[in-house]
Design a protein around this ligand. Structure first.
Ligand SMILES: [Zn+2]
Ligand SMILES: [Zn+2]
Length: 108
């Protein structure tokens, strides 16, 4: 999977980064911050195992907290499923994230 990495991330793969102490520290920062803690897609409150999804990979390895949104694992799958779709891929990750949220709102 090719991530258009710039900066520090380019020497790591995305998967390595996600398992790295830097990313773990970033997640801790996020959860300790005043940033929203509900799932961005379905609005479920924070629960164990919640993921942080990147609105953009532009700052991967040096994210600002506002680059991240909390999501349930299932909602996270939905986002990346939408993003795989060639119609959305070109529009970027944040566009796909908002699309997943829209689809979810329609379902319920
Ligand atoms: Zn959710
Ligand atoms: Zn994600």
């Amino acid at each position: 999977m090719g991530i258009p990495g710039k900066g520090t991330i380019s020497k790591y793969g995305y998967r390595e980064y996600i398992n790295s102490p830097q990313w773990r520290a970033k997640r801790d920062d996020y959860w300790a911050s005043k940033m929203p803690k509900d799932c961005y897609v379905c609005g479920a409150p924070r629960k164990p195992g919640m993921h942080l999804h990147h609105r953009t990979y532009k700052n991967l390895g040096n994210e600002r907290l506002m680059d991240l949104v909390p999501v349930c694992p299932a909602c996270h799958d939905d986002i990346h499923h939408v993003h795989q779709d060639p119609r959305f891929k070109s529009k970027g990750l944040w566009y796909a994230t908002k699309e997943a949220r829209k689809r979810r709102a329609k379902k319920s």
